[in-house]
Design a protein around this ligand. Structure first.
Ligand code: NI
Ligand code: MN
Length: 226
C-alpha cells in the first residue's frame, strides 16, 4: 500500500489500486495551504467527523474527482445537500465496497459541522480486503473500545493515530493505543499544525520505541510503502 501524508490528518492511501483520501484539509492548513488539489485522483473520500480541519476540501475534491464520500450519517447528509454523493455508516457498522470492507468504529471526540450543524458522533475507520488491513483513528482520545478492533477485524498492517495532544490523545496515550489495537507500525498525525498541538517528535518516537512500536512521521507530501 502506498500512503501519502498531506499534513494534519490528510492522507491518500492507494489501497490495492483504489485511491482513498482521508480527512482532506488543505484550505486553512497553515502548513500546507498552497497545494493544488486538482492533482489528486481520489475515488472515495473518508471523513472521520465534521470539524473544519477534517472537511475543508471535501466538497471541491469530491466534485473535481467525481469521488464519493464515506462518513457517518449526519456528515454524509450535510454534504449531500451540497451535491456530493455519499455512503452513510454508523458506529459498529461495516459495508463491503468495490475496493474492500470499511467498518466505522468509535472515537472519543466531538463532531459539529463548520456551520454549527450536528455532525453526528465522531469515528474512525478500519479498512481491509483479503490481503491488507489498516485503521485510521480520526480525532480521538485513548479508549478501551480500541481493544475491540483486533477482536472484530483482521490483523492490522498499520494504523494512523493522532499524537498531538490537547484536542486528541497525545503520543504517550497513542503508544498505549498501539498496544490496544495490537499493531506495531504506527503513522502519527494531528500534530504541529497549530500552536496547541506542537510536539517534540523525537520524544514521541521514543515513547513508542519503549513499547517496541515503530512510530513513522512522514514529512508533508512524502509517500511511504507498507
Ligand atoms: Ni476534531
Ligand atoms: Mn481535528
Amino acid at each position: 500500500m502506498k500512503i501519502t501524508f498531506y499534513g494534519h490528518s490528510t492522507f491518500e492511501i492507494d489501497f490495492n489500486g483504489t485511491k482513498l483520501l482521508f480527512d482532506p484539509f488543505f484550505t486553512g492548513n497553515p502548513l500546507h495551504s498552497n497545494f493544488d488539489t486538482n492533482q489528486l485522483n481520489a475515488k472515495w473520500i473518508l471523513v472521520s467527523h465534521g470539524h473544519g480541519d477534517h472537511v475543508s476540501d471535501v466538497e471541491d475534491i469530491a466534485k473535481n474527482n467525481g469521488a464519493k464520500l464515506i462518513s457517518n450519517y449526519e456528515v454524509v447528509n450535510w454534504f449531500e445537500k451540497k451535491g456530493v454523493t455519499g455512503h452513510p455508516l454508523n458506529h459498529g457498522g461495516k459495508y463491503t465496497f468495490d475496493f474492500g470492507r470499511v467498518k466505522y468504529v468509535n472515537a472519543i471526540h466531538t463532531s459539529s459541522m463548520p456551520d454549527g450543524a450536528n455532525g453526528g458522533n465522531p469515528g474512525g475507520f478500519v479498512v481491509w480486503d483479503d490481503d491488507s488491513c489498516f485503521y485510521f483513528a480520526g480525532d480521538t482520545g485513548l479508549t478501551l473500545d480500541m481493544k475491540l478492533i483486533p477482536m472484530t477485524c483482521p490483523k492490522l498492517d498499520f494504523a494512523i493515530l493522532p499524537i498531538g495532544d490537547n484536542f486528541t490523545m497525545g503520543y504517550e496515550d497513542a503508544a498505549i493505543a498501539a498496544e490496544f489495537i495490537e499493531c506495531d507500525t504506527i503513522i502519527g498525525c494531528h500534530y504541529d499544525t497549530f500552536g496547541y498541538i506542537k510536539i517534540d517528535k523525537s520524544k514521541a518516537i521514543e515513547a513508542f520505541k519503549k513499547k517496541n512500536k515503530n512510530l513513522i512521521l512522514p514529512s508533508i507530501g512524502e509517500s511511504i510503502n507498507i
